[in-house]
Design a binder for this molecule. Structure first.
Ligand code: PEP
Ligand code: MG
Length: 754
């Protein structure tokens, strides 16, 4: 593989560009050589020489530079280099950024040294195949060898988009040929992904593929084949759009027209201008936050990432801010103007990008205004999205979405948890499986098997009734004579009603964070009391376990603007976050205790790592009780206090906690991700995660054995509780309660009914 060296007067520029190329061509060694020896502005031959040695894998190195004197540093470095390395090094005059990207794509396609150098050169002003250069035939024949040409018409509905373009670049791997693809009067090097993309050739375009060089006769048909096999794939009716790795995350079979969410419809409010520096800072922070929200690495997500860094968009917004326009209005004006220009282009492919611009624009606007962006979805639709903020799932279900297909997402992520709770099928980790299926095509989602049937026939398309009308669930007797309660997890009034309908014996988990997520400001004490009282009023009879708020991880709270790393899965989340913000915790505990005045509750602290945290949480609880008593406000203390066991420290060594708890409840969703170091929301590690689930029954059995002498019952409220096979193993392990999404109760009851 050819390596790249990027020589710039600015270390930051070289490093940033290396990162950009690395994103597009991760396997290619790209080494930045920016700045002088002290890291200041300038260049250093020593640095370039080191970078050349580091980038070389034996096949050669292409060196690009930004300004003339950077070339001098590179030439000097070449003089010092080992003769063999010097022989296989090419210094290339090219557009620094575009040349590096083109060379990266060519190197990733395993092209030879001179081809990689040529790919970079095609981007130089006045280069042999610069975009916009006229007529292809001359370029193809200029080296004196016989030119090979072939024409074809693009039949992919999405035109010449990223995937077929990448296939074209790869098709040239190892061949000695210069190939161009021409659409209209624009010619692009077939070795350059970015040049091919800029052709923006829509379906129906006639393209000319022209090649010259020793292997042209081989190369041209390969490029044509790549274009044809990546195109013309109209999705046939009756296709099961499933593939390894795609998994069902919420059971049920429902059908409806496929829908990709469009603009969410947030408009910037009339606001006062807070000064250019402040407004620019706000925009920069919102752009960062919007970038952090993008998950996965699909074509569309990548396009959105690129748009967030688009200097034309940010530069224009910056200019407007300079004239006194507040950040939100400035940003939105630029987004609208750009989207309108694209939509008016008359070219379907380019117009299609308008949707992406508005989508990204809304995301940034949402971040600026502290509001989650809810996609517009017609009732009855199956939603196809990259991933979903968990708080949006209940809202979308309420808006009539009948099924979810997520390109990313994990089976134990909160979006999936909430889809199961709502009884709406969800398939996750679908990648690009459905990307070629047009909006409006009927699809059937089977959230049990992970299958998505495109254009299903009538009989398959019959929607199964919502899973909420299941028979009443009872209490189960364990073989050791103890009782096993089958309870429901609840995060809304609708969930509580579903728990009643499903005959839950109680509620093993109230996820109070759902009062926090999906809103722009933190709920105050009264608002929390109102939310929790409504939920408690709707809960079934039997014990109700309220969990104190579990924020952070994959549950962002717009009102708190949590840093995704510092408050991510391994950061300050759950109880840690509450203990670090005593005012927030005090308000929350007061609200829970006030709501408890209307019906008795048990209280549970999430994400407990150490006994000291439990002690601190108990003191905060005592302080909240004291403050309510001092106020003379009505409240009730919990009838029991417990902890979630969802961190390996607590699962493996429960003894120190037992004297201070009335019960423990195992959060298997988190416990497994921490045991396996496999993020519960990342599809790429879903297999590792799932394999780790097998550890849970033994751990729970150990927990039961440790807790029984202390008279402490063990519950499980993670999703394994709702999996019929695991439910049976957990019963054998001796748990006192399995708490799950209400629609799963019927299946578990059936599995345990022997
Ligand atoms: C768990 O981790 O298993 C759990 C029930 O909590 P949550 O899914 O809300 O993190
Ligand atoms: Mg958890």
């Amino acid at each position: 593989m050819i390596g790249l060296v990027l020589v710039s007067h600015s270390a930051a520029l070289a490093t940033g560009l290396a990162e950009l190329v690395g994103q597009m061509a991760p396997a290619v060694p790209v080494v930045p050589a920016g700045g002088d020896v002290d890291g200041g502005l300038g260049t250093s031959a020593d640095r370039v020489a080191d970078a050349m040695a580091a980038a070389d894998r034996g096949a050669g190195v292409v060196v690009l530079y930004d300004l003339g004197s950077a070339r001098m540093a590179a030439e000097l470095a070449l003089e010092f280099a080992e003769p063999e390395l010097a022989d296989r090094t090419r210094l290339v005059d090219a557009s620094f950024v575009e040349g590096a990207v083109a060379a990266g794509a060519a190197a990733a396609g395993e092209q030879a040294l001179d081809q990689v150098a040529a790919a970079a050169r095609t981007t130089a002003a006045g280069g042999p195949a610069a975009d916009g250069a006229p007529a292809p035939t001359a370029a193809a024949q200029s080296d004196g060898t016989a030119a090979v040409t072939e024409r074809l018409v693009l039949t992919d509905p999405a035109g010449l988009h990223a995937r077929p373009s990448a296939a074209v670049v790869r098709a040239l791997a190892g061949l000695d040929a210069t190939v161009t693809v021409t659409a209209g009067d624009v010619v692009a090097s077939a070795a350059s992904l970015s040049a091919l993309l800029r052709l923006a050739a829509p379906v129906g375009t006639e393209v000319l593929v022209a090649g010259s060089g020793r292997d042209a006769a081989l190369a041209v048909p390969r490029v044509v084949a790549a274009l044809s096999s990546a195109t013309g794939e109209q999705v046939p009716a009756e296709t099961v759009a499933t593939r390894p790795g795609v998994v069902g995350a919420a059971p049920g079979r429902r059908s409806g027209p496929l829908h990709r969410p469009g603009a969410a419809g947030i408009e910037p409010p009339a606001e006062t201008f807070a000064g250019a520096a402040t407004e620019r800072g706000r925009l920069a922070a919102a752009l960062r936050q919007a970038g952090d929200q993008l998950v996965g690495g699909g074509d569309i997500t990548e396009a959105h990432r690129v748009l967030l860094a688009d200097p034309e968009l940010t530069g224009a917004a910056d200019e407007l801010i300079g004239t006194g326009v507040p950040a939100a209005s400035a940003w939105w004006r630029v987004v609208r103007r750009t989207a309108d220009q694209l939509a008016a282009s008359g070219d379907a492919v380019i117009a299609g990008r308008a949707v992406d611009v508005v989508d990204v624009g809304q995301r940034v606007l949402g971040a600026l205004l502290g509001r989650p962006v809810r996609p517009e979805v017609p009732a009855g639709a199956v939603l196809l999205a990259d991933d979903l903020a968990p708080s949006l799932v209940p809202e979308l279900v309420e808006a009539g979405v009948v099924g979810f297909v997520l390109r990313a997402g994990g089976v134990r992520g909160h979006a999936a948890v909430l889809a199961r709770a709502a009884g709406v099928p969800m398939v996750v980790a679908a990648g690009d499986t459905l990307d070629a299926v047009p909006d409006g095509t009927p699809v059937l989602v089977d959230g049990g098997t992970g299958e998505v049937l495109v254009s299903p026939d009538e009989s398959a398309a019959v929607s199964t009734p919502p899973a909420r009308t299941v028979p009443r669930t009872t209490r189960i007797r364990r073989s050791d004579g103890g009782e096993l309660r089958l309870s429901a997890n609840v995060g809304s009034v609708a969930d509580a009603e579903a728990a009643v309908a499903a005959g839950a014996a109680g509620v093993g988990l109230v996820r109070t964070e759902l009062a926090f997520t999906g809103r722009s400001a933190l709920p105050d004490e009264d608002e929390q009391v109102e939310w929790l009282s409504a939920v408690l009023a709707a809960c079934p009879e039997g014990p109700v376990v309220v969990r104190t708020v579990d924020l952070g991880g994959d549950k962002p709270v717009p009102g708190l603007r949590l840093d995704p790393v510092r408050h991510g899965f391994l950061g300050e989340r759950g109880l840690r976050l509450c203990l670090a913000r005593p005012a927030l915790f005090a308000t929350h505990l007061r609200a829970v205790l006030r709501a408890a005045a209307m019906r008795p509750i048990e209280l549970m602290f999430p994400f407990v790592t150490e006994p000291a945290e439990l002690a601190a949480a108990r003191s905060a609880l005592a302080a909240a009780v004291a403050s309510l008593r001092a106020d003379g406000t009505a409240y009730a203390e919990p009838t029991a206090v417990g902890i979630m066991v969802e961190i390996p420290t607590a699962a493996l060594r429960p003894a120190p906690f037992l004297p201070d708890v009335d019960f423990v409840s195992v959060g298997s969703n988190d416990l497994v991700q921490y045991l396996t170091a496999a993020d519960r929301t990342v599809p790429e590690v879903a297999a590792v995660y799932r394999a780790g689930e097998a550890l849970v029954p033994d751990l729970v059995a150990g927990l039961v054995a440790a807790a029984a002498p202390a008279g402490v019952p063990v519950a499980v409220c993670g999703d394994l509780a709702g999996d019929p096979e695991y439910a049976a193993l957990l019963r054998t392990a001796g748990v006192a309660e399995l708490s799950m999404a209400a629609p799963l109760l019927a299946g578990v009851r059936a599995a345990l009914a022997d």
